[in-house]
Write a protein that binds this ligand. Structure first.
Ligand code: COA
Length: 194
């Protein structure tokens, strides 16, 4: 089966602060098993903060079989030693009306195609080692090269998620406004790549 992703880009080598050497590349069809392991292993705490789609093996297989979807780019960091998935970032170019409306109400226009929303996650035992920062940096560089105009967060991020907020700030994101949904306070953040 063809291994190359629908949206190929050059792999980038990154090193975490704990010495983990990883490769940033596009998710590919052959990652289905490793990606499934990665999603299934995410802790309850991480799942509370991160739920852009089901986080299980079935979804991993579905995603890896449909990588020609033109509305999304999927980045992974894989262990340089064994190619196992260590981190994942979804970039989506079709943004739900409710998410757009929050920006519209603040005077900013978010458009499908020109703008995108992202959702990053690092495997639990490696969080806090700089890998999320490298994943963001690499993915944002590729999104910029591809002409993406603005990047927003998928569903904002909880105001209690200090580590994520810090990682986004380091990548250049600015807060766009606080909102509350189902009793949970979150903050929208956005980045201009222009
Ligand atoms: C958010 C996430 C992707 C960030 O990746 P990461 O590899 O853990 O983050 P990094 O180590 O690159 O950077 C974290 C930064 O936050 C800082 N930080 C860590 N814990 C913190 C805390 N409790 N309060 C404030 N800052 C904190 C770190 O010191 C680091 O900043 P520094 O480099 O200036 O020291 C990762 O933690 C994760 O997967 N979390 C669970 C899922 C999630 O929340 N996804 C985002 C949903 S919006």
């Amino acid at each position: 089966m063809e291994e190359s992703p629908a949206h190929p880009f050059p792999a980038i080598s990154v090193i975490g602060s704990n010495g983990v050497v990883a490769t940033l590349r596009a998710l590919k069809r052959g990652d289905a098993s490793s990606f499934g392991d990665f999603l299934e292993a995410l802790s309850a705490e991480t799942r509370e903060r991160y739920n852009p789609h089901p986080l299980d093996r079935t979804e991993a297989e579905r995603i890896c079989a449909a990588l020609d979807d033109p509305t999304a780019l999927r980045f992974v960091l894989v262990d340089a030693r064994d190619d196992q998935v260590l981190a994942y970032l979804l970039a989506q170019f079709v943004i739900p009306e409710g998410e757009k409306a929050r920006y519209q109400n603040r005077g900013w226009t978010i458009e499908d195609g020109a703008d995108c929303r992202i959702a990053p996650v690092v495997t639990d035992h490696l969080q806090g080692n700089g890998l999320g920062t490298e994943l963001l940096k690499g993915a944002l560089g590729i999104l910029r090269q591809r002409g993406c105009r603005h990047v927003i967060l998928f569903g904002g991020t909880r105001t209690s998620n200090a580590r994520a907020i810090r990682a986004y700030e380091k990548a250049g994101f600015k807060p766009a406004g606080v909102f509350r949904e189902r009793g949970i306070e979150s903050v929208d953040m956005w980045l201009s790549l222009k």
